[in-house]
Write a protein that binds this ligand. Structure first.
Ligand code: ACO
Ligand code: ZN
Length: 483
């Protein structure tokens, strides 16, 4: 395709008169799907198809979930920045003169509503809050047909504890070379069908190669095994007896349940859950060893079974006081309050443990929004319901007391108070001032927040995994002595 250059200003960096000169690493304006905007985008990959070239592009100032394949007619080839020949230190190994760091202010987000059951996961939010993946861990692809059968769960309704020894954590960091980098930067699954829902993935996930590039992959919504066609899935469903996640149902209120799954006991399920979650989590570590984790899967019940709405994973032992490793609301359920319900549940577990906790860093843009909102509402709720200790006295509370009441870690309490701009220095001491308007807004927001955790419905006793580890070691030691 040749673009006409009439009337164009002289100071163009480069004029690209032919699509054939475009290479990976080029940057140029590209028309975004479902919009009239032509933001600057980087070409990640190029492929030929049906006499046309297709380009996989990343919109520079936008979250990676908007990356997509575009046809030639969506490229504005009048202004192309070519990658620098001398390479560089950028992620792709290519550099352009005007490369911008992804720290632009965030844009308001309006996830497109797609008709019917088709859920478009390409929610729009600027990459501003998106931190780069700093640590990556390998996850080998798990063959659909060879994955071991997931054990059938114990009775639902049992709050019984799972007894198991902690597995050994073998988290190796993944050193990527350029080819891997390009591959993992691109979405590889076009669509998934999970139960009755069709969902468009946001990011790469290491599903087996034979499933990649199909128009859709089919996932059993109960055991999370994946198949390459609907027919194959139907065959699987005839054999699959699960109607809920494996593990113990530790919470039920109304139609909402939480199941606790031990990553060591239900490895196949845990790995399939990680694979599924990776489709929507980009910045996060993907653990191939699920042994050190517990998975809390939230479901919604109907006559067909307990349908997965979201989940979070949690290390059995965290040296950094993390109470959540990864958290996800399945896209069809997003922006309805389930994310905050998951977060509330994670803090409820921490309360039962008598600890404060914090989510594992880095947080995604959406993760940060959700946590900030949860922290703000939870802390404000305590502040506005504080009573004065005596007449004409102001109510008094310490940061440590807020931490104890909420299980929110001290740093997060302080950063929340700062973000809300509530801390003032007055007559030699720090005081918190909340305007009447803020109180009103808070009360109105809380009234809208209908999905809440009821601690009375949680049947759970925390386990001391460090003691278990010692116990297991001593048993192993004894066995060795006998030998
Ligand atoms: N745009 C703008 N605001 C949003 C968006 C969005 N797309 N999504 C959520 N929010 C805001 C909501 O407005 C709400 O705040 P408010 O009540 O003050 O208005 C808050 O975030 C929480 O909304 P929920 O409906 O409770 O959350 P949701 O069910 O959408 O789940 C989650 C949030 C889990 C982060 C979801 O977006 C998700 O799964 N994203 C993909 C995976 C991910 O990024 N996970 C977090 C990674 S960090 C970690 O794992 C520790
Ligand atoms: Zn199944």
């Amino acid at each position: 395709m040749l673009q006409k250059m009439t009337g164009e200003p002289e100071d163009r960096e480069t004029i690209c008169d032919s699509l054939s000169s475009l290479v990976e690493g080029c940057r140029l304006p590209v028309k975004m799907r479902n919009s009239d905007d032509w933001p600057l985008a980087e070409v990640i990959s190029i492929r030929d198809g049906e006499g046309m070239k297709y380009f996989y592009v990343h919109y520079i100032d936008f979250n990676k979930r908007l990356d997509e394949w575009v046809s030639e007619d969506r490229l504005d080839t009048r202004k192309v920045q070519f990658p620098r020949k001398d390479g560089g230190s950028s992620q792709s190994g290519l550099q352009t003169p005007n490369r911008r760091v992804e720290t632009e202010p965030s844009r308001p987000e309006t996830p497109p509503n797609t008709p019917g059951e088709l859920v478009n996961g390409n929610a729009v939010l600027a990459a501003a809050l998106n931190k780069k993946l700093t640590r990556k861990r390998k996850m080998p692809s798990i063959e659909a047909e060879t994955a071991p059968e997931v054990p059938v769960a114990p009775i639902i309704g049992s709050g019984a504890l799972v007894t198991s020894e902690p597995g050994k954590r073998t988290s190796g960091s993944l050193v990527t070379h350029h080819h891997d980098d390009v591959v993992t930067r691109m979405k590889n699954i076009e669509m998934i069908e999970l139960g009755h829902k069709r969902i468009r993935p946001w990011y790469f996930s290491p599903y087996p190669q034979e499933l990649v590039n199909l128009t859709c992959i089919y996932i059993c919504e109960f055991c999370l095994k994946y198949r390459k066609s609907r027919k194959c899935l139907e065959r699987h469903l005839k054999k699959c007896n699960l109607r809920h996640p494996p593990g113990n149902e530790i919470y039920r209120k109304g139609v909402i349940s939480f199941f606790e799954i031990d990553g060591r006991k239900n490895k196949a399920y845990a790995q399939n859950l990680c694979l599924l979650a990776k489709l929507f989590l980009d910045h996060k570590t993907l653990y191939y060893d699920t042994d050190p984790f517990l998975f809390y899967v939230m479901t919604q019940y109907d006559a067909r079974g307990f349908h997965i709405v979201g989940y979070f994973s949690k290390e059995k032992e965290s040296t950094e006081d993390y109470n959540v490793a990864c958290i996800l609301t399945m896209p069809p359920y997003q922006r309805k309050g389930y994310g905050k319900l998951l977060i509330e549940f994670s803090y409820e577990l921490s309360k039962f443990e008598g600890k404060t906790g914090s989510p594992e860093k880095p947080l995604s843009d959406l993760g940060l929004l959700s946590y900030r909102s949860y922290w703000a509402q939870t802390i404000l709720d305590i502040l506005v319901t504080q009573n004065p200790t005596a007449d004409n006295e102001k109510p008094q509370i310490t940061i440590n007391e807020i931490c104890e009441m909420t299980s929110i870690k001290k740093e997060d309490v302080i950063s929340t108070l700062q973000n809300l701009n509530l801390i003032n220095y007055y007559k030699g001491q720090y005081i918190i001032t909340i305007s009447q308007e803020m109180v009103q807004n808070h009360l109105a927001a809380m009234e809208k927040r209908s999905l809440r955790i009821d601690s009375k419905c949680l049947h759970w006793t925390p386990k001391d995994w460090s003691k278990r580890a010692k116990c297991v070691h001593s048993v192993v030691g004894k066995n060795l002595n006998i030998k």
